[in-house]
Design a protein. Structure first.
Length: 95
């Protein structure tokens, strides 16, 4: 397991909800790793792609990003492009 994934797993163990932001290939890969390691945490998918919103990934509906009121929620941005990561980070900060 690479060190980035180990750091993510360490941080999410205290979470009640994990919001994977980005429902593409990287988000799907992350979901597989999280499901192996953390079976008792709720996972949601967020994406801005209108073609993905409403679809399902392993029975998890892809939704447009919104503010999750749960305190123990961790957002993980899982996109390849640096510009997209920056834009998504800003979008989440404005929620």
């Amino acid at each position: 397991m690479d060190s980035l994934l180990e750091r993510v797993l360490y941080k999410v163990k205290s979470a009640k909800i994990i919001a994977i932001v980005g429902a593409g290939g990287r988000g799907k890969d992350l979901l597989l790793h999280l499901e192996k390691e953390l079976s008792n945490i709720k996972i949601v998918f967020f994406d801005n792609n209108k073609n993905l919103i409403g679809s399902k990934i392993q029975n998890i509906e892809v939704m447009k990003p919104y503010k999750i009121k749960e305190r123990e929620c961790i957002y993980i941005i899982s996109v390849d492009a640096e510009k997209q990561r920056y834009e998504l980070r800003n979008q989440l900060n404005l929620l």
